[in-house]
Design a protein around this ligand. Structure first.
Ligand code: ZN
Length: 244
């Protein structure tokens, strides 16, 4: 089984399409939430994701708020502005579909589970080792994929937590040890925040027990133009070019 791991697409169709073009052969897609918010293509991204022949999906915090399931209270000014625009732009049918996305964590098979923030709370961020240690103790499977931070990271846990070093060039490849647990973020498709503006995604091959993290350049200028044309804040366009 080969899983393509996508997270935090954030209504960026240019980035999603570049990832789908570059993606290695896979059997199933894991989508870790935040299809919408920040970007200008929420309906188009939902249509694209709905066309995947084989996919497991969970919602993210932006999907939840964009669908009207929660108020915008926890959002900063930018996120609030963007999600209000998203809510008014989604078709009623797309809004209903978004509202019906399941909450994580989701157990995908005997080896893999997915969550948006952490297995114990979909809205909590894993930034540091303390967050990761709390999170890895709450996971049920060998590997837990998470998103939400938009920053690639990998932790292993046997007796204690360790960070798995990630290179940038070439793309990191992690040989997975079946005797330790893993908590892994493959980065964001549509709004990377690690200083690398290229779209990020992962591929897990359970047969060879290998995880590869990938980056692919996409048409940032086109995504920026659509953000500005939609009347969304300029900084949402600017940050795409900086990967922040
Ligand atoms: Zn996000």
């Amino acid at each position: 089984m080969r899983y393509l791991i996508l997270s935090d697409i954030h209504a960026n169709l240019s980035a999603l399409d570049a990832v789908l073009t570059a993606a290695p052969v896979h059997d199933h897609v894991l989508m870790l939430g935040d299809l919408v918010g920040y970007g200008a293509d929420p309906n188009e991204v939902i249509d694209r994701v709905r066309s995947f022949p084989s996919v497991t999906m969970i919602r993210g915090n932006h999907d939840k708020v964009g669908a009207g399931l929660e108020p915008t209270d926890g959002f900063n000014y930018l996120a609030k502005h963007a999600i209000a625009w998203t809510a008014s732009t989604l078709t009623p049918e797309h809004r209903r579909w978004l509202a019906a996305l399941p909450q994580g964590p989701s157990l995908v098979d005997d080896d893999v589970e997915i969550c948006h923030g952490t297995p114990f709370d979909e809205d909590v961020y894993v930034f540091d080792d303390l967050d990761a240690a709390r999170s890895v103790r709450a996971q049920d499977r060998w590997i837990c994929f998470f998103g939400h931070t938009h920053v690639p990271a990998a932790f292993s846990f046997s007796d204690q937590l360790a960070r798995v070093p990630l290179t940038r060039d070439p793309d990191p490849r992690i040989a997975l040890d079946p005797t330790v647990r893993y908590l892994i973020n493959c980065g964001a498709v549509g709004q990377p925040r690690d200083g690398d503006p290229r779209a990020a995604f992962g591929l897990l091959d359970l047969e060879t027990k290998a995880l590869t993290m990938h980056r692919v350049a996409y048409d940032v200028a086109s995504a920026q133009r659509r953000i500005l044309a939609a009347g969304l804040p300029d900084v949402l366009a600017e940050r795409l070019a900086r990967g922040r």
